[in-house]
Design a protein around this ligand. Structure first.
Ligand code: IMP
Length: 429
């Protein structure tokens, strides 16, 4: 039986929530494998809207949900989210939620550092969510992070807090900021331990058992391919690998078990935060797309930058992430436009190229080469079959498939779950 990984194929915010929910309803286990509470997924289940940041989307339906070792966990934000969802009538217990005992924690000092750095960077800022994601991953690879399992052993915790603060207080001194007191942090972590530890376990073992029992596993990615720390528009990226390959390492499963890779792809492009964006539209068309698509961040409320569909970027994401098929979302936002542009290459210093180069300075000089397609006046909103789509809309979708080198598995035509055209079921083929 195939498992499925859902990843973003652009800069995040591709509309993963609806697709993940649709798949989660049919999965036995849902796993988050990277990122943290910088993600924001809105799920609408039976007419009720749930905003999730760190909890895997399966929790709302009571499906076994796992936060893998590749995720950085802000335990206070997690407890708040559990309480918030609890107030909506969804009780989260260790029966439903399991947390990797080897996952690293995001501490208050990480978000403080994240925000201080952004202020210090001025115009050069990355435009992070300010949640401490980058500094927490730095401590992880620096081998000084506090992990979930450390909360169970007070002597280790004390020693690790000391070691961590030796590093961070040196940084704070350099920034001219007040140094941190280890006793305060220790007290906070000790108070947290009994709340978090009941959820902690070797999740790789749980996943192995589920896999051997033939259970359907859904890996829920956050952000998008162009925010990947290796394959994205570095340094204007998040600090984790967002490509499907991370699902294996970030949960403790072998790559052969990960299964079908579904890339969520929006019918146009958006980006939050700074960094190169070749097809960005700083004009009335961009504003119109932003308004019709309600392009405001779920986590930070920031206005998203909008632009034409960039087939070069998505083709690159298909290759770097091994995307087998895409779920195309928000086609209805383009309804009523006379013509649409799709980027098919870039002109860089007089030469046309067919990929985004790695250097930011070159990315910034890339001028999109556009193909113009006829728009459609009829509404595509709520369509549930190809026959309900205007012929020019079908042409637009077919051209996208051709340009990116991957088929549309699923076409979403409104936030409603039923407004979906299914071409290929990622679980059953
Ligand atoms: P960080 O992940 O908070 O460090 O932010 C780094 C970059 O990733 C910034 O450009 C953010 O706007 C972007 N980012 C992080 N999480 C998301 C997300 O869930 N959707 C879209 N962009 C995101």
């Amino acid at each position: 039986m195939a498992n499925v990984v859902v990843v973003g194929s652009q800069w995040g915010d591709e509309g993963k929530g609806k697709v993940v929910d649709w798949l989660a309803a049919r999965a036995d286990v849902v796993v988050r494998f990277q990122g943290g509470h910088n993600a924001g997924h809105t799920l609408v289940v039976d007419g009720v809207s749930y905003k999730l940041s760190l909890l895997p989307s399966g929790v709302v339906r009571g499906t076994l949900s796992i936060i893998g070792n590749g995720v950085v966990i802000n335990p206070w934000a997690l407890m708040e989210e559990i309480d918030r969802i609890g107030a909506q009538g969804v009780t989260i217990t260790p029966e439903v939620l399991r947390i990797a005992e080897n996952a690293c924690l995001i501490l208050p000092l990480h978000s403080t550092l994240d925000q201080a750095r952004e202020v210090a960077a001025g115009k050069g800022k990355i435009g992070t969510t300010g949640r401490g994601i980058g500094p927490a991953y730095e401590d992880k690879v620096g081998r000084r992070a506090i992990r979930v399992c450390d909360l169970a052993d007070d002597a280790t915790l004390e020693m690790k807090v000391d070691r961590l603060l030796a590093h961070h207080n040196a940084l704070l001194r350099g920034l001219g900021a007040e140094e941190l007191n280890g006793d305060d942090l220790l007290a906070e972590l000790r108070a947290l331990a009994p709340k978090l530890l009941p959820y902690a376990e070797p999740v790789w073992l749980t996943l192995d058992t589920a896999y051997r029992a033939g259970k359907r596993i859904l890996f829920e990615g956050a952000q998008g391919a162009m925010l990947d720390v290796d394959h994205g528009t570095y340094p204007f990226v998040t600090s984790s690998n967002t490509v499907a390959g991370m699902a294996a390492a970030g949960s403790g499963m072998g790559p052969g078990r990960v299964g079908y890779v579904l890339g969520i792809t929006k019918a146009y492009t958006t980006r939050v935060g700074s960094g190169p964006f070749p097809t960005e539209l700083n004009d009335a068309v961009g504003d119109r797309i932003g308004e019709r698509g309600r392009e405001f961040g779920t986590v930070t409320g920031r206005k998203r930058r909008c632009g034409w569909f960039d087939a070069v970027l998505v083709r690159q994401a298909v290759k770097t992430g091994g995307i087998d098929g895409i779920a195309l979302t928000k086609l209805d936002v383009l309804d009523g436009m006379d013509e649409l542009k799709v980027c098919i290459g870039y002109e860089l210093d007089g030469t046309v190229i067919e990929h985004l180069p790695a250097a930011v300075a070159q990315q910034e000089r890339c001028v999109p080469v556009y193909e113009t397609l006829e728009g459609w006046q009829d509404s595509t909103e709520g369509a549930r079959s190809w026959a309900q789509l205007p012929a020019t809309a079908v042409k637009y979708v077919r051209r996208i498939e051709e340009l990116i080198g991957a088929p549309v598995s699923l076409l979403s035509t409104s936030p409603e779950r039923e407004d979906t055209i299914l071409v290929h079921d990622p679980f059953t083929g």
